[in-house]
Write a protein that binds this ligand. Sequence first.
Ligand SMILES: [Fe+2]
Ligand SMILES: [Fe+2]
Length: 292
Amino acid sequence: MSALQEKLDALYQRHLDLTRNLDWGYHQLLPWERGKNFVDHPWSAEQGNLSPELTLAVETAMLTEVNLPWFTSGLTRIFENSPSALKRFVHTWTREEDQHGRVLDVYLLLSRNGDPDARDQVRKQVIERGWQPELRDPFAVMVYTSLQELATRVFYLNFARQVAAADGVLAQILRALAKDETLHYAFYRDAVKAYVEDDPGRMATVCQVIPTFVMPGYGMPGFSHRLRIIAQHGGYGIQAYYDQVLSIVLEAWGVLQHDMSSGTQDARHALDCYIRRIRRVANRQAVKVSPV
Ligand SMILES: [Fe+2]
Ligand SMILES: [Fe+2]
């Protein structure tokens, strides 16, 4: 067995050990006592306890998470010829992600936030549309999934803070999801590190993938509008992405300190431009929301 495979096996084992203590069931977190059937108690807008903006943010998270069957089939294909630890991780990851869409969907129904019929239509539309991975190279995909898992973690934690006053149960659900996302990020982050240690030239791929990053829900109806609302009301916009996601992965992988002689110059140049652009937009956003 190669040193890389040994490292990946150890990372998968670490993930199993950590999740054993973190395992949760969505039945434990949901506010069942708020539930009523929709036949005798038809839905109307004033029944919910969240603002339309916060509701839209929960719906957006749910609509991203429910596409899991497509994420699983895409990742299974991509990792088909990869070391077995990656294939086994996709199975464990699916088990954990499976609860995410469901807990958010059932929460919205029980709490009566958002029109259930309209949401039902969008959810079916999103799942039917599916998801196609833009990247084919397993290593590039792991760079992408590292960013995506960390971005999702940060969004859930920031969003939990925004909703805590309106609905403590929802904040608790979001924190449970964030814990899972933290461990998903840690696995992919360290797998990427192991691959770069194995071949430092792979840092060129890291530099190429980062500027193309977009959240996996980009195909859903009204995605840009949803992102704007989440930035304004959900605690996650371009500044949070810059400070809490992009800067963190650059640091974790030592991207900016990496020896550019290993064939990464062109990709690094494009990455540097991207970082400058994101920093500029993030600073502008910070000025806009600054109280002084
Ligand atoms: Fe998730
Ligand atoms: Fe995740």
